[in-house]
Each structure stands twice: as structure tokens, then as C-alpha cells.
Design a protein around this ligand. Structure first.
Ligand code: UTP
Length: 295
């Protein structure tokens, strides 16, 4: 590994409006919504930490105060738990504490798109590669997805996006890759297109919310080009790197991804993560069997 390929900073774009979860998202940021007993953002932070990330940049917007509060220490609560001898809960809570100064918050003043949200963090990114994690993509994996990617990236450099196959009728909801090779985990990308219209997708390999990007992508975003849906798209800025002969890799990760930005995906994740908890498994499985005959 060269120092150039070491990734220690991650951007978490959390400035979207979360319209699919209205009315809840009128007052609760989507990233604070709870999967079993942890907010979505905690899963994303845990994954980043496992991958060696030490600097966390949140791109937030109006109404995301609860997210910032979540990362404050809770000394009164901790003291109370200590007094009551609830050491397990105390330990779990302490594990969520962040080092002072490890988190930076930047505002995206207008929801102009994911590319724009990432660009808002440009002054905090030097000339090192950085990760981008979308907390609404929750990935259950033995080795956390970003860690898999960071390990691969240490060998490749360039840019890397998480990739997975989606049903052909779903390609118009994703960034889609055109790749040189389709075997193995590491796919060399020829081109990529955001939300291709039906029949125009070059494959059914979709980009999922984990990226490792070179600072050149931020430069490309300087142009503020509007793409699919009139938004400033991250996919377009990565595709521009390809045009400038820089490499982009798709990484086919091991693990199951849940689209917690959608109601159905969130419900599926709730069931899967509930069943994965030893203390909940039997009750939940019994209930599911009772309402779904033949399960
Ligand atoms: P989504 O496309 O899921 O949009 O954004 P959204 O606003 O969060 O949710 P819906 O579609 O209205 O229900 C994908 C990710 O990009 C971030 C979101 O916060 C989410 O993590 N994002 C999107 C921004 O930070 N800024 C934007 O302008 C757009």
C-alpha cells in the first residue's frame, strides 16, 4: 500500500429531504430512524470505523439537529447507568462515543443533489482519497463493505464504487456501470450513467452507496453540471474522471444490501436485523410464522 491509497476520511451526505418517509421526516432526520435499536447513522459510523476511518464529515441541512445531538456525549445518562450498575448498557453507549474533533459538520444550503452535497465538503478534503457513505444503504456483511473496498483500493488506487446486480426493471433508479470484465469482485469500469431510461442501461450492475474517490472528482464537481433529474450527480463527476483517463473500479462486495431509503427496504432490514439478534430471534420468528402460513 502507498500512503496515497490510504483512506482515513469519510463524507456522510445526509442533507436529503427524505420525502419517502414523510410525515416522519418532518421532524426526524431519516438517518436517526431506528433499525432495531440503533439509528441508521450508527451502522454507517461503525462500518466506517471498521474500515479505518478516523475523520467523519457530515453534510447536513436544516432540521438535522437531532443528528448532531446524537453524537454528543450523554454524561448524565452515563452517570445514572453507572449508579444503577447497568454496565452492559453503559459499555454499549460508550462504544458509540466519538473522539472530540473527529466529526465536522458542513451545511448543504439547498438540496441540489448528491454530487453537490459531496462537493460542499471539498475544503475539508486535502489531496487524499476519501470515502463516501450513504447511511440509507445498510449492508449486512461478515467483513463490513467499506473495509472490503478499502482493502481492494490499497492495491488499485483510482476511484472505486460499490456495485451489485439489480433487477433489469430497477436500473432506472441507479447509477449503472458499463464494465470490461464481469467476473471476479473487481470490475474495470468503461463508462457509467445515472438513472438511464428504460432500455438504455448498459448492464444491470448498479452503484450502491459506498465510494472511495480521488480529489479530482471534487474538481469535476466545480463545474456544477446538472444531470439526471436536474440534480448535480456524483455519478457524472466520477464518469468525468474516466474521460480524463483515470481509473474507476466497481467493487462487487460480499454482503446483503438493504435500501433503507425506501419503506419496503427499511421493513426488510428491520426483520433481517431483528432475526440476527439472539435475544429477539425466537419471538420474531414465531410471530412471522404465525402471520405467514407455510414460513
Ligand atoms: P436520496 O436520493 O435517497 O434522497 O438521497 P433523500 O432526500 O434522502 O430521500 P427521498 O428520495 O426524498 O425520500 C441519497 C443520499 O444523498 C443525500 C441524502 O441525504 C441521502 O443520504 N443527499 C441527496 C444529500 O445529502 N443532498 C442532496 O441534495 C440529495
Amino acid at each position: 500500500m502507498t500512503m496515497k491509497n490510504k483512506v482515513t476520511t469519510a463524507i456522510f451526505p445526509v442533507a436529503g429531504m427524505g420525502t419517502r418517509f414523510l410525515p416522519a421526516t418532518k421532524s426526524v432526520p431519516k438517518e436517526i430512524m431506528t433499525l432495531v435499536d440503533r439509528p441508521l447513522i450508527q451502522y454507517a459510523i461503525d462500518e466506517a470505523r471498521a474500515a479505518g476511518i478516523t475523520e467523519f464529515i457530515f453534510v447536513t441541512s436544516r432540521g438535522k439537529g437531532a443528528l448532531e445531538d446524537y453524537f454528543d456525549l450523554a454524561p448524565n445518562l452515563e452517570e445514572e447507568l453507572r449508579r444503577k450498575g447497568k454496565t452492559d448498557i453503559l459499555k454499549m453507549l460508550e462504544d458509540t462515543n466519538m473522539d472530540s474533533g473527529a466529526i465536522a459538520y458542513i451545511r448543504q444550503h439547498k438540496a441540489l443533489g448528491l454530487g453537490h452535497a459531496v462537493w460542499c465538503a471539498r475544503r475539508l478534503i486535502g489531496d487524499q482519497p476519501f470515502a463516501v457513505i450513504l447511511p440509507d444503504d445498510v449492508i449486512s456483511a461478515d467483513k463490513p463493505c467499506l473495509q472490503q473496498m478499502v482493502e481492494a483500493y490499497e492495491e488499485t488506487g483510482g476511484n472505486m464504487v460499490a456495485a451489485m446486480e439489480v433487477a433489469p426493471e430497477r436500473t432506472s433508479s441507479y447509477g449503472i456501470l458499463d464494465v470490461e470484465n464481469t467476473d471476479g469482485n473487481l470490475l474495470e469500469v468503461r463508462s457509467m450513467v445515472e438513472k438511464p431510461s428504460a432500455g438504455e442501461a448498459p448492464s444491470n450492475l448498479a452503484v450502491i452507496g459506498r465510494y472511495i474517490l480521488a480529489p479530482s472528482v471534487l474538481k469535476n464537481l466545480d463545474q456544477m453540471k446538472r444531470g439526471a433529474g436536474g440534480e448535480i450527480q456524483l455519478t457524472d463527476a466520477i464518469a468525468e474522471d474516466l474521460e480524463q483517463n483515470r481509473k474507476v473500479y466497481g467493487y462487487r462486495f460480499q454482503g446483503q444490501r438493504f435500501d433503507c431509503g425506501s419503506k419496503s427496504g427499511f421493513l426488510q432490514a428491520t426483520v433481517a436485523y431483528g432475526l440476527a439478534r439472539p435475544e429477539l430471534r425466537d419471538d420474531l420468528a414465531d410471530y412471522l410464522k404465525s402471520i405467514v402460513p407455510g414460513l
